[in-house]
Design a protein around this ligand. Structure first.
Ligand code: IMO
Ligand code: MG
Length: 423
């Protein structure tokens, strides 16, 4: 099994890369997160954003697994399938999807908790996507949630009603505005009907059997390393494990079966939501890069914060994940800059550090910069590595050396074919 993860704060271009290499795989398995993800791919020249579905959905030969560690909001999944199906007339996309029996369901009150906590002075503001992700994972850990397989139990309706009516009363007491309880409950039950019709299975058994039969599986991560609940920039993180090891836990596949680990990084950094971001650029240059790079949340449309490449944080991410191949995206967005700042070290409490976990409690982190010569080329005309400008080749070599990991692919634009194989 190969694994693909983001190395920064998400939106590195994971979907696009998976879409490119999908042909090589028989199964693509999402292993974490839920509708908080937004993986953009191009289908027939149209940009499509995937939230819960794995990025191999447009390929007839691929089984797209929604793994146990994913949290599923039935209405979001239904909307996503309906939208994608409207683009494809000659196939039933539902036949390409397999859902883990043990994946947890996002209940309709959970998103309202996110909304309440984001607004309330009594809670820390995280800047979540308001998809109820934290509440689903916390209910799972509290052992108070329902899973996909529970939809077939005779107690399902009562269990769901009990959970959401209790939460509804709590939220009402706190003054949170919501549709009526009947509406929330009724819509949820209706949307579960579509989910029930999908292929629901012990996906860990299917995956292990497939691997035994030499089928190729790619585990697709959502969010990214610096948003990992333990190793990311807590508390400004998501509520799942996003690192490569989480693929094994979520999918029920032994670490002994892992082969390549692809790590995707932009040539700069972005993050949405609050939290530490030492290489952040403030002002008109950030505004300019945001527009050029279309750095607005594909899910929430929020403007993304922009920063320069952070080598110490990338080293940390590569260490945590054991990355074997790097994919560098969006170097084209830096086109036309005379010099490109890169953070190579931090000065933390007067000590120089070349590897940084970006812990939010670190008092003072002063980035130490190196300025690399920029490039200015018509990227649309570049189709192989020999056509790259010398400055960009030097930039790539510098990153490879610093990170001690080869860059396998360079993305030169948003479309599937705008990718150069470097190794
Ligand atoms: P993809 O898969 C970027 C961020 C949110 C917020 C924090 C917690 O497209 O890279 P949550 O809704 O998960 O409770 O929010 O995590 N976040 C993402 N940022 N890309 C994502 O997904 C993200 N998913 C969550 O902005 O700061
Ligand atoms: Mg995204």
């Amino acid at each position: 099994m190969d694994i693909l993860i983001g190395l920064q704060w998400g939106d590195e271009g994971k979907g696009k890369f998976i879409d490119l290499i999908s042909q090589e795989y028989d199964m693509i398995a999402r292993f974490n997160g839920g509708a908080n993800a937004g993986h953009s791919i191009y289908h027939n020249n149209q940009r499509v954003t995937l939230k819960i579905l794995p990025s191999g959905i447009f390929y007839p030969h691929i089984k797209n697994i929604i793994g146990t560690g994913v949290v599923i909001e039935p209405s979001a999944l239904k909307a996503e399938i309906d939208q994608l199906q409207s683009l494809i007339s000659d196939a039933d996309l539902r036949k390409r999807i397999i859902v883990s029996k043990k994946a947890h369901l996002v209940l309709p009150t959970y998103g309202y908790w996110d909304m309440y906590q984001e607004e309330s002075a009594l809670y820390r503001t995280i800047g979540t996507t308001k998809n109820g992700i934290a509440h689903t994972y916390s209910s799972k850990i509290l052992r108070q949630n329902v899973r996909v397989e529970d939809m077939f139990s005779k107690d399902f309706n009562t269990d769901v009603f009990q959970i959401i009516s209790r939460q509804y009363r709590e939220l009402q007491y706190l003054g949170q505005k919501m549709p009526s309880l009947d509406e929330l409950y009724g819509n949820f039950m209706r949307d579960c009907e579509l989910l029930k019709q999908l292929h629901i299975a012990d996906t860990e058994v299917l995956l292990n059997e497939a691997l035994k039969n030499n089928k190729k599986v790619l585990a697709e991560g959502a969010q990214a390393t610096m948003l990992d609940i333990d190793h990311g920039t807590y508390p400004y993180v998501t509520s799942s494990h996003t690192i490569a090891a989480a693929a094994c836990v979520s999918l029920g596949v032994s670490p002994r079966l892992v082969d390549k680990i692809y790590g995707v990084t932009k040539a700069y950094c972005t993050r949405v939501g609050h939290g530490i971001f030492p290489t952040e650029i403030i002002g008109s240059l950030a505004d300019d890069l945001r527009v050029r790079g279309a750095e607005f949340g594909s899910n929430t449309k929020r403007p993304r914060r922009i920063g320069w490449l952070d080598i110490p944080a990338l080293k940390y991410a590569i260490m945590l994940n054991g990355v074997t191949h790097l994919i560098l995206t969006k170097a084209d967005i830096l086109n036309g800059m005379a010099q490109i700042p890169v953070c190579t070290h931090y000065e933390i409490n007067k000590q120089r550090s070349s590897l940084a976990s970006l812990s939010s409690t670190t008092d003072e982190m002063k980035p130490i910069w190196k300025y690399l010569p920029g490039w200015d080329v018509p990227f649309a005309q570049i189709s192989d590595a020999t056509q790259l400008p010398n400055e960009l080749t030097a930039f790539l070599s510098f990153i490879e050396q610093e990170l001690d990991t080869p860059i396998k692919y360079l993305s030169t634009g948003p479309k599937r074919e705008e990718m150069i194989n470097l190794v």
